[in-house]
Write a protein that binds this ligand. Structure first.
Ligand code: PLP
Length: 424
């Protein structure tokens, strides 16, 4: 047993099994190269705020209009989070109570649609999110989901296709954004289509919120009616979500979140969101956001030079989607081999994938977490080299190479300690 990174003495005596698993997870996050684009490391301050007695308090309602007494502190916490969110994303209104990104999006449906109404979003296998009207989600079974994709030749969204669908299907809501979109989202283009179609435009910026906050991706603020985002991806906050909107939609959004969909907000999360928003407004965050993109672009170039097929040919943001068909190995087999090498990615469909979603052709990788460790672009050649070695080893069954890479990964991780995880 290696020494625990963080002392959880009360937890260790009350529940040694859970304490041991938490310690093991700390060790895993410290020692591995985490390339899942939706993951990150929060700061020690965000971590502390999210584990506070604020979680003991019930606060149904909104600041100044609660259904429970004793809100002297909680109202101030939530107001700080709301004001910081509005200032950072330059939107009229913010609701910081959604439990996570999926409930936030469901609140959007509740605010603007009735069951059976039409929603237009990007299809899941093309890079969209489940909650943009995909069939297995409530959003695609209680509502009529119409889906756009990306062009086969460019790997990019085709706004002419989106316009044709919007004018033919007349959705009440149009979602732009997604979970596997390596290119800049054209908020202005989507806004024009939404205006023509008479639809509410929702920019789901869950993945890129931190890039927007840091000025490394254009802002949806001038264009979107509603901005939906998680707080735990590039924004580097706790697991949670926010809905921002124009003033005219404030009441509909607030009523949809509470009492429409949720009960009491998770106040400890609200506090941690406030801390993360303060960090994201701080001096260093723009540098972080731009470095995330620089690292992703450097990694993309290094991978392309090694014959990897990048969907859309590269990236404008934090994320790379890689089609492994030409490498003779499936996404799942590659992802599992990379995990054995201490490189954590997820397998993912690529546009027009001929394989099944549970064993698709691609992997999706991103640089938010490694950039939080301070790993510079000059290391991306090494990272691409490891990925290349391991994908090849996965094809040939060369476990010795995978073991060797794991040791090299650990050495790099030791040189760049992760935020929130003190070195033992
Ligand atoms: C991650 C994500 C969500 C959902 O977030 P959860 O917190 O996992 O529910 C919604 N939309 C997009 C585009 C996402 O990337």
């Amino acid at each position: 047993m290696t020494a625990p990174l963080i002392r959880h003495s009360a937890l260790a005596s009350a529940d040694p099994e859970i304490a041991a698993l938490v310690s093991a997870e700390e060790r895993l996050q410290a020692d591995t190269l985490r390339l899942i684009p939706s993951e990150n490391y929060v700061s020690a301050a965000v971590l502390e705020a999210s584990g506070t007695v604020l979680q003991n308090k019930y606060s149904e309602g909104y600041a100044g209009k609660r259904y429970y007494e004793g809100q002297q502190n909680i109202d101030q916490v939530e107001t700080l989070a709301v004001e910081r969110a509005k200032a950072l994303f330059r939107m009229d209104h913010a609701n910081v109570q959604p439990y996570s990104g999926s409930p936030a999006n469901l609140a959007v449906y509740l605010a603007f649609l009735k069951p059976g109404d039409t929603v237009l979003g990007m299809s899941l296998p093309m890079g969209g999110h489940l909650t943009h009207g995909w069939g297995v989600s409530a959003t695609g079974s209680w509502f009529r989901g119409v889906q756009y994709g990306v062009r086969r030749d460019s790997g990019r969204v085709d706004l002419d296709e989106v316009r044709d669908l919007a004018l033919a299907e007349r959705p009440k809501v149009i979602f732009c954004g997604g979970t596997a979109v390596p290119r800049t989202i054209d908020f202005a283009g989507f806004a024009e289509i939404a205006r023509e179609a008479g639809a509410v435009l929702v920019a789901d910026v869950a993945h890129i919120a931190g890039l927007i906050a840091g000025g490394a991706h254009p802002s949806p603020a001038p264009y979107a009616d509603v901005v939906s985002t998680t707080t735990h991806k590039t924004l580097r906050g706790p697991r949670g979500a926010m809905l921002l909107s124009r003033a005219e939609h404030a009441r509909a959004i607030d009523r949809a979140v509470f009492p429409g969909l949720q009960g009491g907000p998770h106040n400890q999360t609200t506090a941690a969101i406030a801390v993360a928003l303060k960090e994201a407004a701080g001096a260093g965050f723009s540098g972080y956001a731009h470095q995330v993109v620089a690292n992703a672009q450097a990694l993309g170039e290094e991978l392309a030079a090694r014959g990897f097929d990048l969907v859309s040919g590269g990236t404008d943001n934090h994320l790379l989607l890689i089609d492994l068909t030409g490498k003779g190995v499936s996404g799942k087999i590659a992802a599992k081999a990379l995990d054995r090498a201490g490189i954590v990615v997820n397998y993912n469909t690529v546009p027009y994938d001929t394989r099944k979603p549970f064993d698709p052709s691609g992997i999706r990788i991103g640089t938010p977490a490694l950039t939080s460790r301070g790993i510079p672009a000059s290391e991306m050649g090494a990272v691409a080299h490891w990925i290349d070695l391991v994908v090849d080893a996965a094809r040939t069954g060369d476990e010795a190479t995978i073991t060797k890479v794991r040791a090299e990964v650990k050495t790099l991780m030791d040189a760049y300690p992760a935020p929130g995880l003190p070195v033992a």
